[in-house]
Design a protein around this ligand. Structure first.
Ligand code: PMP
Length: 394
């Protein structure tokens, strides 16, 4: 049996991590994998997470199964955090999932059950897991233009032209904030245009929001998602708690499906429960309970928000420092996009040869498409990167 298996393409980012580990240079810089790191290069456990875990150790009386959709307190807390008061709770079907990836997977399976012929539209470029899961599920997929390699901003005209050809019932996957891998994002005015176009085309938006709180703040980062939820009759939202709570390995996420009225919501909720049952039965609970404990306690929530804000502002400061350093050294403003981008990533727009030269000559590791993780830097390494970027001719 197993001899029939075919070699699968290796994960590029994991392969890059291995190369980094094998590099003997002391001054090497890792800007590859999508994990937040502080100035010391650590991915710390957040204070409120530690406190919530301690509280769970002290007070939790059972680890018996939860419901198929996870702990309802987690569902309610996440709907509130992501959607605010954009839609009545009764319009939202929600199920906890293993991370944001699990939410995307369950969302796609839900679409496959409801509309097997639908094409899923993804941004070019996007997080590679999107196309890989869609392909794995045997669903049809198309790309819409998203990134302008000249300006390093969103190619909004190209995007609108491509979305203008979407068929009724197709699904358009959009990043709610902090686009991965580019860092380039739509303005709210542009979101309003996208929403109007999707309404006109009778398409369904599927929002992937994995970095709420990493861009312009918890509320601002959710603004586009909330606009979509309140203005579209139906939509899907996959939210991840990996980054904003720093609980990557706990596998904490949620899929929300918004429908216009009670009976459809009930049907959708039943199907989400069914899909969880088929794929893994009950979703992981530890991370979800950390999140609901924090969000449900005023002091813990305030402390978590303060720490998340420190993380966000630290990354913004590095962006500004890097843009300024490059402005000075290149005597031009062509790198100002780094300060305009939001979230953990920026796409530099470099060639694969330039990316390879950064790695070989300077020990600077970034993904082959020239995505750099801003959180891989600190105040000392910013000038080193700036010098190297210009040295390899970017
Ligand atoms: N969507 C995007 C765009 C991401 O970058 C990530 C994290 N790499 C996720 C979803 C989901 O992450 P996780 O499964 O770890 O929650």
């Amino acid at each position: 049996m197993f001899e029939n298996l075919k070699e699968l393409p290796a994960d590029k980012i994991l392969a890059l991590m291995q190369l980094f580990r094998d590099d003997p240079r002391d001054d090497k810089i890792d800007m590859g994998v999508g994990v937040y790191r502080n100035a010391e290069g650590k991915t710390p456990v957040m204070r409120a997470v530690k406190a919530a875990e301690q509280r769970l150790v002290d007070t939790q009386e059972t680890k018996a199964y939860t419901g198929l959709a996870g702990d309802p307190a987690f569902g309610d807390a996440m709907v509130e955090m992501v959607l605010g008061s954009a839609v009545p709770r009764a319009r939202v079907a929600a199920a906890a999932t293993p991370g944001g990836t699990g939410a995307i997977r369950q969302g796609l399976e839900l679409i496959r059950m409801a509309a097997p012929e639908a094409t899923i539209w993804i941004s070019d470029p996007t997080w590679p897991n999107h196309p890989s899961i869609i392909k794995h599920l045997g669903m049809s997929m198309r790309e819409y233009r998203y990134f302008d390699n000249e300006t390093r901003d969103v190619d909004f005209d190209g995007m609108m032209a491509d979305l203008g050809t979407v068929a009724a019932g197709d699904v358009v996957l959009l990043h709610g904030c902090c686009h991965n891998p580019t860092g380039a994002n739509l303005t709210l005015a542009q979101w309003a245009e996208v929403i109007a176009l999707l309404q006109e085309r009778e398409a369904i938006p599927f929002i992937d929001i994995a970095y709420q709180g990493f861009g312009d703040g918890l509320e601002d980062d959710a603004a586009a998602t909330r606009m979509v939820a309140s203005e579209m009759e139906q939509c899907l939202i996959a939210a991840s708690c990996s980054k904003n709570f720093g609980i990557y390995r706990e596998r904490t996420g949620i899929l929300m499906a918004i429908a216009p009225e009670g009976e459809t919501v009930r049907l959708t909720q039943g199907t989400l429960n069914y899909l969880n049952r088929q794929n893994f039965s009950f979703p992981p609970d530890h991370g979800a309970r950390i999140v609901s404990t924090i969000l449900g306690d005023e002091a813990l929530r305030a402390d978590w928000q303060a720490e998340l804000e420190e993380v966000r502002l630290g990354m913004l400061k590095l962006r500004e420092q890097l843009a300024e350093e490059l402005r000075q050294r290149s005597n031009s403003d062509r790198f100002d996009f780094i300060a305009r981008h939001r979230g953990m990533f920026s796409r530099l727009g470099a060639t694969p040869e330039q990316v390879a030269a950064l790695r070989e000559k300077h020990g600077i590791y970034m993904v082959g498409d020239s995505r750099l993780n801003i959180a891989g830097l600190n105040a000392e390494t910013v000038p080193v990167l700036a010098r190297a970027i210009l040295d390899v001719g970017i």
